[in-house]
Write a protein that binds this ligand. Sequence first.
Ligand SMILES: Cc1ncc(COP(=O)(O)O)c(C=O)c1O
Length: 401
Amino acid sequence: MTVDLFEKFDSTLDEYNKLPEGELNPFTVSMDSVISPTEAIINGRKTILAGTNNYMGMTYNAECLQAAEDALKNFGTGTTGSRVLNGTYNGHKKLEETLKDFYEAKHAIVFSTGYQANLGVIATIAGPKDYVVIDADSHASIYDGCAMGNATVVRFAHNDPENLEKRLARIRKKDPDAGILVVIEGVYSMLGDQAPIKELATAAKNHNAYVLVDEAHSIGVFGKTGRGVAQEQGVENLVDFTVGTFSKSVGTVGGYCVSNHPKFEALRLVCRPYVFTASLPPSVVASANKALELIKDSNLRVKLLENSMKLNKGLANAGFNMGTTGESPIAAIIIDDKDTAVAYWQNMMLEGVYVNLAVPPATPNGLNLMRCSLSAAHSFEQIDYMLERFIKVGKDLGVLS
Ligand SMILES: Cc1ncc(COP(=O)(O)O)c(C=O)c1O
């Protein structure tokens, strides 16, 4: 008898099949057209985009568009090759130079996505004899990097330096000579909280461990020149590897890792998610390069955090149970049960506001969230509209009294 390899997905499919088909299915949203970084037509309805991680609104920046168009004309639609074969163009090398300049770092490597950057760097530098010590609320790409590298994985309680210290002490007692990599995120994407990098990295250094910080949700957003939370907190000297993505504040796609480790360039030869995949299209590389230049000196950070504070405060004042405080561009309302969360999401769509329905396993502590990620491109009027709609739907569904 053939064992059905898909049997293990039956319960997931049962859950999924309860959702309606078409526009009210949260997992099949399709944009008919996009008007701007903050508006699209979805199912024929003009919709405010309140959950796209487009923090700086770079997707329609005129200079980024021009750079992409020029590259498209001059270099074609794709490279059709790996970085180690025919897939390195001058643009890729220039982008790595821009990253080195942006971070004042000695080395920078560009990957095809942020997911692959974590997968590649973690799996390659932490092998079977090593340990990776990760925050329990880490992104899937961090977990997958750990699994791929076959290191021993140890989790510590979210943002808890004392707990990290204990875990590291235990590892060192057992294995005094082990290689250890501690992995944290600058900003955690679901509840928008920042890592206390100084305390966590100090614990790591006390035990001779390396520190990797994933600044996916913080590049462009935090720090004087937009390098992220480590820059904001003044602790970049404690970080050995910075990973990030171009898919959020940079407004396109791609990932990177920067470091001062003297042997870092070895990754170009041994890191499988770098070697065995096609490189980024030249137009993407060109727009990422331009966006990084713009982000460095941007005052959009101020507007972005003002927007976030306005939405977070407005929702909290209305009486919602908030998972966020406005310290980052993320606003998340905690909804008691999954069915209400789905209904909430559907009603918001009908009211012309797209937010993220975030449910386990993507969320910490089994939370159901209506998650927004603000953009500097949102106007205060748009935020007022979001607030009104959140309150209306909240009252309709009995989430707000
Ligand atoms: C913390 C974190 N790391 C990495 C990634 C992956 O980024 P990308 O979309 O470039 O694959 C994400 C994306 O959501 C993320 O939130």
